[in-house]
Write a protein that binds this ligand. Structure first.
Ligand code: B12
Ligand code: SF4
Length: 523
């Protein structure tokens, strides 16, 4: 019989205290599913659970009770330093700590230095092994992985207590996180899911959850967290149609353009899909998911713009995602083509990501590490826009930042905003497009990128770091972390601003082709 533990579960949506309007309105809507799942699993086993979704409001230390035995922290890489600082603070009170989520999957070797357990793929038995073991593993934590994605997960009904607690902190939007599938059948070489087999989750659970939500809200809003929603399009839409009346729930999903054919869009519209986020990524590479594998350049721009305009006829809000700085890009053309795309598809909101190599997310990262191209920017900046941690193949840094700033300016220029508002008809999408353009995502990024560009000329230390002549983190970045972390800065473990950018390569070399330590084993 396992002893009854007091278990804390912390979902770090934010990497520090936040004061912006955007974070107040949006952050609770970015809560992750797995921390809620783990809360359900731990309660099922009879443990006492305290679940905290940290959105940047309030004092995180006060939100966590003092008397816990074990704490699971979920974090993206941008919140890794916050997770490390929290772990240090909790350990000082005798608590055993565990980390899961994107950071743990991408940088397990680094996280093992600061937490007792670090989780990869996580199923119920992996969690129960940790709960049973619940002991200190220091100086190096233990890596635990289920080896594959779980085959079932508790649905909304079972997670409701935790979803409700989080959404109560959100003033207007109440986005319920759901999952219909894991993995992806595509193999975009940069993606964390390129090697994870596609698997739909139980349609019965989905049906039950959708019907359940209609009892909780007059008109629910659901955000699908599937890496690529609708791969099994018929089965998924059949399940939605069987569960609820047409267009009774508003849905948001990330789907590849190859899924968004006209017949599919008609069905999505009938069923209340209000926002879609297809990935276009590049005009010269990664064509597989945009259904444009054979074409490139201007031809691809025209075809994709026509496709996206068609999507906009059925769905009021479309964000098209691009990766900037890919090795296939050279000169001004990729950036100019994106501007042409915006001219041809003015209703779309462009989401730009600076090419980022997240540790061991994808096998492609081994090539970058072998070529010694990964720059150890502190994790805090690795969120696809705070820094690009790969030295661009075909651009100098000043040229790259000039082009990125130019493109961002173009995308949120008064003319582009006016055209976007003109091409968007529904009220909420118009409001969202405007806020995003003038907030930290649009104007804020122009300011930030311009600052980096200026420093590339004037701050020789920062430039040397970018050029890989030094690994000393520039003061500019240190100060930003210090400011943003607030009080938790004092708990940041020594050395946490630094990481080995080639840890994945080293670990692969050490273990040959064997996978990481399975299940619980002292690392
Ligand atoms: C859905 C999604 C979102 C959603 C929902 C985010 C959320 N809070 O969950 C939205 C659109 C809001 C989003 C936003 C962002 N995202 Co996102 N997102 C994804 C996506 C497409 C799917 C992730 C998912 O939920 N999968 C389903 C879950 C069940 O599976 P899983 O993630 O593999 O998790 C397994 C384990 O890691 C573990 N696990 C997961 N969480 C936890 C927590 C604990 C405590 C434990 C023990 C275990 C555990 O259990 C799971 C089962 O095995 C992935 C890409 C992908 N293809 O995976 C990117 C991805 C996770 N996002 C990414 C990024 C960078 C971001 C943003 C920073 C982008 C930005 N600039 O805004 C923000 C950050 C948001 C935030 N702080 O919460 C990166 C993360 C890389 C990294 N190492 O940090 C990814 C990998 C995409 C990429 N660029 O490669 N994202
Ligand atoms: S389609 Fe999307 S989820 Fe699938 S491998 Fe490509 S980037 Fe990843």
């Amino acid at each position: 019989m396992t002893r009854r533990l007091r278990i804390g579960i912390i979902d770090l949506v934010s990497k520090g205290p936040e004061r912006t309007m955007w974070s107040w309105v949006m952050n609770a809507n970015f809560a992750s599913i797995m921390p809620q799942v783990i809360a359900v699993w731990c309660e099922e086993e009879g443990h006492e659970v305290r679940y905290v979704c940290y959105t940047g409001r309030g004092n995180i230390t006060r939100a966590i009770p003092d008397n816990l035995d074990l704490v699971f922290i979920g974090a993206f890489t941008e919140a890794a330093l916050m997770a490390y600082a929290l772990s240090r603070q909790l350990r000082s009170k005798g608590v055993v700590t565990a980390l899961g989520g994107p950071h743990a999957r991408c940088y397990p070797q680094d996280a093992q230095k600061y937490l007792d357990y670090v989780l990869g793929f996580t199923d119920k038995s992996a969690i129960l092994e940790i709960v049973r073991d619940c002991s200190r593993h220091r100086p190096l934590g233990v890596h635990v992985s289920a080896g594959r994605q779980p085959s079932t997960l508790p649905g909304v009904r079972e997670r409701w207590k935790f979803i409700d607690a989080t959404l109560r902190t959100s003033p207007f939007l109440k986005l319920v996180p759901m999952l219909g599938s894991l993995g992806c059948p595509y193999q975009c070489e940069f993606c964390i899911d390129s090697t994870v087999p596609y698997q739909p989750l139980d349609f019965d659970v989905m049906r039950e959850d959708l019907a359940f939500l209609l009892q909780k809200f007059r008109r629910p809003l659901v955000g699908w967290h599937d890496p690529n929603f609708g791969v099994q399009f018929k089965g998924t839409l059949d399940a939605i149609e069987e569960a609820i009346p047409p267009d009774s729930i508003d849905f948001i999903a990330e789907s590849s353009l190859s899924i968004l054919t006209e017949p599919h869009l008609k069905r999505l519209k009938q069923n209340g899909f209000k926002a879609l986020l297809p990935g276009i990524e590049s005009w010269f590479a990664l064509g597989e998911k945009s259904r444009a594998a054979r074409i490139k350049g201007l031809e691809k721009v025209r075809e994709v713009a026509a496709h996206v305009n068609m999507v906009l006829e059925y769905v009021p809000y479309v964000q098209a995602n691009f990766v900037l700085g890919l090795d296939s890009d050279e000169g001004e053309e990729p950036f100019e083509l994106t501007k042409r795309f915006l001219d041809l598809a003015p209703g779309v909101f462009p989401g730009y990501s600076l090419l980022t190599s997240f540790g061991q997310a994808a096998p492609l990262n081994l090539e970058y590490q072998r070529a010694n191209r990964v720059i150890p920017f502190p994790f805090f900046f690795l969120n696809n826009n705070g820094a690009m941690n790969l030295k661009p193949l075909n651009y100098s840094w000043p040229e790259f930042y000039d082009r990125v700033t130019g493109l961002t300016r173009y995308s949120v220029s008064p003319k582009a905003i006016a055209r976007r508002l003109g091409a968007t008809h529904a009220m909420i999408p118009r409001w969202l497009n405007l806020i995003r353009a003038i907030s930290s995502e649009g104007y804020g990024r122009i300011k930030y990128y311009s600052e980096i560009r200026r420093r590339l000329d004037s701050d020789s230390h920062l430039r040397s770091f970018f050029e890989q002549e030094t690994t000393d983190v520039p003061q500019f970045y240190v100060e930003r972390v210090r400011e943003h972390m607030g009080r938790m800065w004092n708990w940041l473990p020594k050395g946490a601003l630094y990481h080995d950018p080639n840890a994945y390569l080293r670990s692969e070399e050490e273990k040959g082709s064997l996978r990481l330590v399975p299940r619980v084993a002292v690392g």
